[in-house]
Design a binder for this molecule. Structure first.
Ligand code: NAD
Ligand code: WQD
Length: 340
């Protein structure tokens, strides 16, 4: 049985991936400093699967703490989720974002090298396509100019991984570019638990629905899209987590690789469609108004998802209805997230 270390594994995507890896028969170890998460997420994954997870509280920038974990376990592959991800905050605190996101990456690569661990999967983002490329975004397109420091950290880290893979003929790297993950596990036991005012659309919608926020502002109604609101490639987090399992199967089967895969559905939905679908499937009103555009938003952003299908044999299975239902199921069962 192969052992996978999830750096930042207590977070939203990491906890769902931990669950799917365990279901697929992998052993899972998690390291997280809980900068944006809670150990409760991992305890719930243990309850859902009946498995134990070795859980370490540590900063992934800390090479000594990482070394102790690598010394304790025989690790076959690492998935690097650990990062700060709030776009607006990254504009206010760029140094903190560059320090955290890039140093976690360098520390992991250094310690992996010391312990001869040669497989790493990285949580990248569709944001690296920038403004210049045309939708649907394909992996063959060059990285573009990002609109914020968070995006630049992802772009720079992709470059770091590519350079490291070039220099080490044993190091395998898979860069996964996520589009817009939403939804939660169908149990409603794990989900997205943002601290403070949500930055992203779906948690804002669910918090309005549950009565924690008064009203959603839809940012812009004058985009060149069918209904004037922005369109995104929303992907169910369970589909996304299963994409990681396929990527782990793939990387462990290669002698050597350095590949990029989009993880998206290939189908865009508008903000208005999200709100209307959420209201319809959950039979609940979401107060909303239309406001001005948000700085930095692109009109449309969606994936060409062919490569992940052709090479990993992965495609999404969940519908927008599933995403809206499961997001609400998590929120209504856990109105205060993991702080119940
Ligand atoms: P998240 O905040 O829920 O998870 C990130 C985890 O990393 C958290 O548990 C946090 O505590 C941990 N972390 C941060 N810095 C750390 C450090 N120095 N040491 C140890 N742990 C640390 O976010 P998520 O949505 O699960 O995202 C996971 C990854 O995917 C991130 O790298 C994010 O940038 C990337 N990503 C997310 C999205 C999205 O919309 N959610 C889209 C594209 C890419
Ligand atoms: C989605 C749509 C908003 C909130 C971000 C990052 C990206 C990636 C995913 C990490 C947009 C609209 C939102 C609200 C709204 N993250 N919206 N009212 O901006 O596509 O992507 O998360 O890598 O890098 O930039 O996601 O959820 O913030 O917005 O109208 O209160 O919802 O304008 O059209 P985005 P989002």
């Amino acid at each position: 049985m192969s052992t996978i270390l999830l750096a930042g594994g207590a977070g939203y995507i990491g906890s769902h991936t931990a669950l799917e890896l365990l279901n697929a028969g992998y052993d899972v170890i998690v390291v997280d400093n809980y900068a944006n998460s809670s150990p409760e997420a991992i305890h719930r994954v243990e309850r859902l699967t009946g498995n134990n997870i070795a859980l370490y509280e540590a900063d992934v920038k800390d090479t000594e703490a990482l070394s102790r974990i690598f010394a304790n376990h025989s690790i076959d592959a690492v998935i690097h989720f650990a990062g700060l991800k709030a776009v607006g905050e990254s504009v206010q605190k760029p140094i903190m974002y560059y320090r955290n996101n890039i140093d976690t990456t360098l520390a992991l690569l250094e310690v992996m090298n010391s312990y001869n661990v040669k497989n790493i999967i990285f949580s990248s983002s569709a944001t690296v396509y920038g403004e210049e490329n045309k939708v649907p975004f394909a992996e063959t397109m060059p990285r573009g100019a990002c609109t914020n420091p968070y995006g630049w950290t992802k772009s720079m880290m992709e470059q770091i991984f590519e350079d490291a893979a070039k220099a080490d003929d044993k190091l395998s790297v898979v860069l996964l570019r996520y589009f817009n993950p939403i939804g939660s596990h169908e149990s409603g036991m794990i989900g997205e638990d943002p601290q403070g005012i949500p930055n992203n659309l779906m948690p804002y919608v669910t918090q309005v629905a549950v009565g924690k926020r008064e009203c959603l502002t839809i940012f812009g109604k004058d985009y060149p899209t069918p209904d004037g609101t922005c369109r995104r490639d929303y992907i169910h987090v369970v589909d996304l987590a299963k994409g990681h399992v396929k990527a782990i199967d793939y990387i462990l089967a290669q002698d050597k690789c350095c590949e990029i895969f989009n993880l998206g559905t290939g189908v865009p939905y508008s903000v208005t469609e999200i709100v209307e679908t959420f209201e319809r499937v959950n039979n609940i009103k979401v107060n909303h108004v239309y406001g001005p555009r948000r700085a930095g938003d692109l009109a449309e952003l969606y994936a060409n998802a062919d490569k992940a299908f052709n090479i990993l044999g992965w495609k999404t299975e969940k519908t927008l209805e599933d995403m809206c239902r499961d997001s609400w199921n998590w929120q209504k069962n856990n109105p205060n997230g993991y702080r119940n």
